[in-house]
Design a binder for this molecule. Structure first.
Ligand SMILES: *Cc1c(COP(=O)(O)O)cnc(C)c1O
Length: 394
């Protein structure tokens, strides 16, 4: 089968809900992969921040394989060791207290939203249930997480959306304060807005939110679905902002390529969920959990330092490209602003030169595997340079 065979067959029976590129990847190793025509690519996407250890990491495969020969699933009516180990690592590395496992980012955010509302209901009774999120945020595709998402393009067709969300302007503490009217139970933020265009929030702003939240017993929820699990050079991004949220959500890179999500609770919220309050059939699945425990075991200080260094190296090289106006982000979550070029056009042209890149609004977005080698970075950036130089000539 070649690329076109796969694409044609796929489109015959799969819903057309994604604007897919005409490209079918067949296999890969670390940040290098090959499509069904045998063409090679450097992967700066990691499956949108999911393959944190790249394609087919040996240790990751072993961890999954050994669990596959024991138990693949048993339900949350029973205990399993992999979820125990994944939770233990998350608690230890996050400085928080307890974990609830889900299967995706949206589901983790749903869990966080439910917990925040219950925390407030238990303590203050009904009516204190509003959650402030930020303009330009992204929190998921369920009806509730779409309501939480602060972008109007997502608020169509599917009415009625879940009530009780209000969107404050990012980096504008006055706007946030004006929305705190006594009915607010939580503020939910991304530390770096990912889908919104790789926009890191101001540290002072985040610290001020954390203080206001603490004073008013409003919960601070950090959506670290994209920024978490080493992506920014620390296990979670909040660790570089000098705050400790009450609830943190994680998914994307957590299990290195298997579906997995986590809601991590701090001191205030660790006991909010009682038996029957929340659940998930697949949550904490032993295979995904074994993968997550392995991914977390790799997140040593040395590993995270390397993520920072590779990010700085990539930033430096990108800034040298004449078509790049600026680079924002942290670690290996980078957004490059272009001079007068469409990011979608660049990404499409870059495939021809053998490099896979994402967009975030008008920016090129880079979320390579955290294990990407310098040789792979060089090869991918060289392909991008060639792409950009050709586009200027047009
Ligand atoms: C991707 C993403 C989500 C949604 O995750 P899914 O696994 O697609 O449900 C939520 N929040 C942020 C910040 C994300 O980047």
């Amino acid at each position: 089968m070649n690329n076109l065979d796969v694409i044609k067959k796929h489109d015959e029976s799969v819903v057309n809900s994604y604007a897919r590129f005409q490209l079918a990847e067949e296999r890969g190793k670390n940040a290098t992969c090959y499509d069904f025509d045998g063409k090679k690519y450097i992967d700066f996407t990691s499956g949108i921040g999911v393959n944190s250890l790249g394609f087919c990491d040996e240790g990751w495969i072993k961890a999954i394989e050994s669990q596959l020969h024991r138990i693949q699933h048993i339900s949350n009516l029973f205990y399993t060791l992999p979820s125990t180990e994944a939770a233990e690592s998350l608690v230890k590395l996050s400085g928080l207290k307890k974990v609830f496992f889900a299967n995706s980012g949206a589901e983790s955010n749903e869990g966080a939203i439910k917990a925040a509302r219950k925390y407030s209901f238990d303590k203050y009774g009904g009516g204190r249930n509003k959650i402030i999120t930020l303009v330009n945020s992204f929190h998921g595709r369920t009806i509730t997480t779409l309501a939480a998402t602060g972008q109007d393009v997502f608020h169509n067709y599917f009415f009625p959306f879940t009530e009780g969300f209000e969107h404050a302007k990012a980096n504008d503490i006055g706007d946030l304060k004006s929305k705190l009217d006594g009915s607010v139970c939580a503020v939910m933020i991304e530390l770096i807005q990912g889908e919104g265009g790789v926009l890191p929030l101001d540290k002072a702003y985040i610290r001020e939110i954390a203080e206001i939240c603490k004073e008013n017993d409003i919960l601070l929820i950090a959506d670290e679905v994209q920024t978490g699990v080493g992506r920014t050079g620390s296990l979670f991004a909040y660790q570089q902002f000098g705050v400790l949220p009450d609830i943190v959500t994680s998914a994307k890179g957590l299990a290195g390529g298997l579906p997995f999500g986590a809601v991590i609770f701090g001191e205030k919220t660790e006991d909010v969920f009682k038996p029957g309050d929340h659940g998930s059939t697949f949550g904490g699945n032993p295979i995904s959990a074994a993968a997550a425990a392995y991914v977390l075991s790799r997140m040593t200080p040395e590993f995270l330092d390397e993520v920072k260094k590779k990010g700085e190296y990539m930033t430096g090289r990108l800034l040298k490209m004449p078509q790049v106006k600026g680079v924002a982000g942290m670690g290996l979550m980078l957004g490059a602003e272009l001079c007068g070029l469409s990011s979608a056009d660049v990404v499409r042209a870059a495939f021809r030169h053998g490099v896979m890149i994402l967009t975030a609004k008008q920016k090129l977005r880079f979320l390579p595997p955290l294990t990407i080698t310098y040789a792979e970075i060089d090869e991918g950036l060289h392909a991008l340079e060639t792409t950009l130089s050709e586009m200027q000539e047009v």
